[in-house]
Design a protein around this ligand. Sequence first.
Ligand code: TRP
Ligand code: ZN
Length: 869
Amino acid sequence: MNIVANPVVEVDQTVYLKDYQKPSFLVDSVDLDIQVFDDKTYVTAKLVMQRQTAGDLVLLGRDLELKSIALNGQALAEDAYTLDTEQLVIANAPDQVVIETQVLIHPETNTQLEGLYQASGDLFVTQNEPEGFRKITFYPDRPDVLSVFTTRVEADKKFPVLLANGNLIEAGEAGNDRHYSIWQDPTKKPAYLFACVIGDLAVLKDRYVTSEGRDVALEIYAEPKDIPKCHIAMEALKHSMRWDEEHYGRPYDLDNYMIVATSAFNMGAMENKGLNIFNTSCVLADEEFTTDAAIMRVQSVIAHEYFHNWTGNRITCRDWFQLCLKEGLTVFRDQSFSEDLQSAAVQRIDDVAVLKAHQFPEDSGPLSHPPRPDHFVEINNFYTATVYEKGAEINRMMFTLLGKEKFRKGTDEYFERHDGQAVTVEDWVAALTAGSGVDLSAFLIWYNQPGTPKLEAQGTYDATAQTYQLSFKQSLKAHAKYANLKAVPIPVALALFNAETGEQLTLNSTALFENGVKDGVYLFDTDTATIEFTGVTTKPVVSLLRNFSAPVNLEFNYSDKELAFLMQFEPNGFNQWQATQTLLDRILLNDHVADIYIQAMKNTLPDLIQKDPLLASRLFDVPAEGYLGSRIDAGYNPVQIQEKRNALLKTLARELGSFCKDTYLELDPDNQKEFSQAMGVRALKNIMLMMMARQGDVDAFELAHQQYQTTRNMSERLGALKVLVWNDAPQAKEALADFYTHFKDEALSMDQWFMVQAAHPEATAATIAYLTSHPDYDLTVPNRIRSVSGGLNANPVNTWSFGVQHFIELAKYLDEKNPIVGSRLLQVLSRWYTLAEPQRSQVQAELEALKPLVKSKNVSESLNSMLAV
Ligand code: TRP
Ligand code: ZN
């Protein structure tokens, strides 16, 4: 008989949506007093609470040292409550209670970047979503408990800035070189939106007058040297405020809006009411120090957090299963904002590229879950591409179906019904249905089940009847945890073209079919269906899923020639790009020959580069090795994919010949009027340089070196640096050294310096060892960790060889120090089981070996799911 030594008692920590219960007590008001000292912080809280339903009074708290507790003015005896590592429970509490507690916490040693933490020597900030507030004080820390917060913050005067949510109502001296300020937030909010900031920061100020005439003070706080890099964010903020008024009728509701930048942050940014806290990477934007892509991202994240004020804050989530209620809707809103900011087609291309590169693989692997999951162990593991990006796609589908006006009626109804409430995905769909007059309830299926549907379509032309028939079929792969998968409503935006002339045809769809095609959109919501177009005089070319009207895997028996046709003639820029991607998938995954693709590129590019350089730059997109790998479910050999992809790029470069150098020399970003067009030109020039290097043209290095030396623009500088470094050009070392000298005090630029080297296609374990032992490498700053890990992961051949060790070591190290980030990084390895042997078993063994070593719920939940394939 086998005797298991030291059996681990495994408590099932899974939380289920079906177990949701209303809180027994609500909080009418909360008064906080936060006193920060170098080696500790005291938090006093006074909660005025009222019973809502029967049950114990439950206050959640973690890592808190309880100093005192009183109920209705009486100190509470130790046997009057129970206290464990997660909660404080008072049984038989009266219906009206005032609870007063004092606790001691240690933000100065908090490395998890959750709750109140010291972000740097002169800055303390909070991060309370989803469950950080319980690390500040005992509280019913759940999103369906909304309250009015008054906050007193006290600290040494070496921290001149003391901020909290809402309006400043008092400030003054606190003795001993200390001072305080008192803030009151008039809007009821859940604890996850609470924030305070204690620090020594400079500020950029501006003002904005809302459509209602409210004069709002705008402030962005950052280190003094970074203030000049805050102007783009400030403009984006004002722009977002106007945009939400114009597109959703939502004006801002407080007299101030503050943003604080910190480099110690787990994610992008946080929408705390009136006091956003941002990762520096999502607020600092400056041509000289950050790339064009980063500048675009800053604008979209500023908009995202601002839009949360209505979709997230004024109307919040009932429980964390509903996370995609606020995130899916807010991402859809920020994507729409960005579409207005630059070319809508290119914005859509970039958003879909992200969806396909991250969400599709996630949804086809062991971490697959519905946009609204029905169970989880650690909610922090569910801030995923599925919740955010697929959640946004669901909203976009409903928007596509309704059109602008009806969608607006639906959102008006949502704000009207639910302002001030904590609601569910069902409430959202019901309000949208009521407001628009269109029954959208079938879209709930999208929220509730996992997996990317496969959409198979077939076209048949009947020359004598002059009809064109399209038949559709949808299916989903079975899922271990979610049964009864149903057909989903799929809006299929489509167009027909005359194959000879390239002309777009008017769509005559017959009344024979109950669901016709309206405004070029067909709603396919059954397992199979066929639609018919009449009066089609020649065999047409069909363009399906225009603008990617649904997050599905489309399989249509296009001929390569038809795809080449769409590359040239489809006026919808997104589908023009989509056609290149479909062709490339076939070349790289199904061994089609590249000739037709290359000829189509030659036909399309010269004109397009003149007309729309930004779109032209995207036509050069070739699916990343990681994405290609994610399309292979077994026997995946990363080296083979790399070789194929390199061979294709080499052929493309060779076939384009002198076009690359000519284009490079002819294009000048300074001749472009619009930022987005200049950005396109910079991207194109960098691509041309890379192509020249692939051609073996040694001039490429000289031109790259010149570009590096003469520019003041980070996209140009980095593009040149990549060409030099990734090709081991003779100038590479000097350029890297120069970059270091120039930017060593600019963290975001240095992130790029680390990234470029980690992303060298021929990087080795020694490269990574050099970077991670560099004095500027810092395991307490997630951005820096991600720059090396992300760079490394740009080359799956490296990820799956020496990279495995890197990611496992990181997960082990971060397990308790920063489990949120540790868990996310480990997920890079989630598709290990698709690898060909012997790699598959090797990685599996390493993951198994990690299992007994990890302690956090975050890392162990990820690891368990990853191994349960
Ligand atoms: N609500 C934030 C957003 O989408 C997400 C976020 C910021 C977050 N910081 C976090 C989530 C820390 C989990 C942990 O904008
Ligand atoms: Zn968000």
